[in-house]
Write a protein that binds this ligand. Sequence first.
Ligand SMILES: *Cc1c(COP(=O)(O)O)cnc(C)c1O
Length: 372
Amino acid sequence: MSRVWNFSAGPAALPESVLRRAAEEMLDWQGKGLSVMEMSHRSPEYTRIFEKTRDDFRKLLNVPDTHDVLFMQGGAVGMNAIVPMNLLQGFEQAAFVNTGAWSKKTTKEFSKYGLARVVLDNANALADTAAACYVPECASLLDRVNGQQMAYLHYCDNETISGVEFNGQIEALAGQLDCPVVADMSSNILSKTLDVTQYGLIYGGAQKNVGPAGVTIVVVDNALLNRALPICPSAFAFGTVAENGSMYNTPPTYSIYIAGLVFEWLIEKGGVQWAQAQAQEKSALLYDTIDNSDLYNCPVRRQDRSRMNVPFTLADEALNSCFLSKAAEHGLVQLKGHKSVGGMRASIYNAMPLEGVKALVDFMRDFEKTEA
Ligand SMILES: *Cc1c(COP(=O)(O)O)cnc(C)c1O
């Protein structure tokens, strides 16, 4: 068996030790004679798995008692409807920061439920493509949001497709805003330390940085648990899910179990501080390689470049398919950029070791020498 270096944007690579452990425990979990997949979600065994997973996540992200952690379903795209249904009671509108494809999608879906006010975007020559390439100046948000009766301010902390990442700009302003901040962190949760108290809500689908698809992690301020519209389905109402310890209905038990193994792995490595340092080192290596070459180019403004998703183009587009096939011969896969952006994208979440990024940059340098 040989495993490839998998640069998929999601579902993405998982730590090999986690997969091995899951394989060992597949048929017989800790001598109980059954697989985690076959356990009742209310059994004592599964309750142990679930509570440890939740507690490890709280520890990793330093979640204070003011906030609950929920394990839900529907993914981040589902949250585009679930969030307005949960937070719009007593409000007609919410504020949106549009910095790329995912935040735009969130804004569009919101319009089914209320008035979406785009208070900031990175409109420039590229605004109509998914490749808008910078984080806009955020200070003006205070004037545009405060006093406007916004239910919340939504933004996407890491735009997975275009590779644009915030670096605490909105977190730093949150204390001066008169509405809660809601952040989509699907593709960078657990890759940097956060001050969770500054957020009303943080959510993310698991399949990038946490575990397999199927579970959505929700960190919610307890003060926001009971603002749901009457039409909100009970299974998706934060208050109901919280009261029932994420067991109002059957949660995605196996995905949660794997996420738990990933959390154990991350704690062993040194937690989010370790992930943050590693993300810095890996992304710097890749961006330096791109910036020091004549063949590769990254369109994202330097200070706004994502540490998780690294998009780049080749100076000669005709070389794209050759690049991808030669890369695959070297065991470097899933490097094709999103169809809306083109070029390449290397997603390097927590589970991608430095060694994998080194293999990629070695290949990129060789390719430039021999093919370009
Ligand atoms: C992948 C992704 C989504 C979509 O998640 P689903 O689980 O497919 O609903 C939304 N937002 C961001 C930032 C993403 O990276």
